[in-house]
Design a binder for this molecule. Structure first.
Ligand code: BTN
Length: 269
């Protein structure tokens, strides 16, 4: 069992009904996603929360690392068991990003954007990332682990040189420190309420909110995909979360996965 949190985690802030009811509040773990996947495989209930102050192997998409700075950021994972047929890792990732951006904008009255598929950005700097990992069975998703990392009170110098020019924290954006745990409770509450809507009504409203925050619509981008690089204009997003690209070489293409290497600022006709 990883080291539990030493200080009292302010559980009084937790106000969601299911999300966080069962929780593992850890000082240090390899990755909250990894730990939550183990719990999920052992039958952990929907909404089980794994929170850690520090991850020694925090993971992002494409095998990237996620830096954690104890006492400064928020990093956590939730076990989900979606019943909604259309649920998938990519859609749950969009849901995670939309819930977080909603709370940040409501709380701080600052506009953030979402960069497909899983980044929350302010200008060109990344503030948060979402990593969803799923186990599928014949009837859909057996379980999903929705992991979120959010930079809250870091100052620029705390980020490693490799990401210093591309990362930012909320405190850097709004110019003062933020009450991390209050914010965390609000995020859990919003995640639960968005997830409940999705379970009842599907992903349409989440997708609409997501698209309204997209920083890529109509932009020319360079996209890294599994077998190379694609260039083209972003025409929109499919209802399953795929990115639709009007390729430079002609024709429309859909991508379920990819990494945006470059956003060019000439709009398409
Ligand atoms: C990305 O930037 O590609 C996604 C980053 C996701 C990081 C979070 S931190 C909590 C959870 N545990 C992990 O190991 N990763 C996610």
């Amino acid at each position: 069992m990883p080291e539990p949190l030493l200080d009292d985690f302010p559980c009084r802030f937790l106000k969601a009904q299911t999300f966080g009811q069962n929780h593992y509040l850890l000082q240090k773990v390899d990755s909250t996603n990894q730990f939550a996947k183990k719990l999920a495989a052992e039958g952990a209930a929907e909404g089980t929360l794994v929170y850690a102050e520090q991850q020694t192997k925090g993971r992002g998409r494409w095998g990237r690392n996620w830096e954690s700075h104890p006492g400064k950021g928020l990093q956590f994972s939730l076990v989900l068991r979606p019943k909604q047929q259309s649920s998938s890792g990519p859609l749950l990732t969009l849901l995670g990003a939309v819930s977080v951006v909603t709370v940040l904008e409501d709380t701080f009255r600052v506009r953030f954007q979402l960069q497909w598929p899983n980044d929350l950005v302010f200008g060109e700097r990344k503030i948060a990332g979402v990593l969803t990992e799923t186990l599928r069975n014949r009837s859909g998703v057996a379980y999903a682990v929705l992991g979120i990392g959010l930079n809250v009170n870091q100052r620029q110098g705390l980020f490693s040189p490799q990401i210093r020019e591309r990362a930012a924290s909320l405190a850097m954006v709004i110019g003062k420190d933020v009450d991390r745990f209050r914010l965390f409770a609000d995020i859990l509450f919003q995640l639960e309420s968005d997830y409940n809507v999705v379970q009842q009504l599907g992903y349409r409203s989440i997708l609409e909110r997501w698209v309204s925050h997209s920083n890529l619509l109509e932009k020319k981008i360079v996209l890294k995909v599994n077998d190379g690089v694609e260039r083209g204009w972003v025409k929109g997003f499919h209802s399953n979360g795929d990115l639709i690209l009007l390729s430079e070489k002609g024709g429309s293409k859909r991508f379920s996965n990819g990494h945006v290497l470059e956003v060019q600022h000439a709009a398409c006709d």
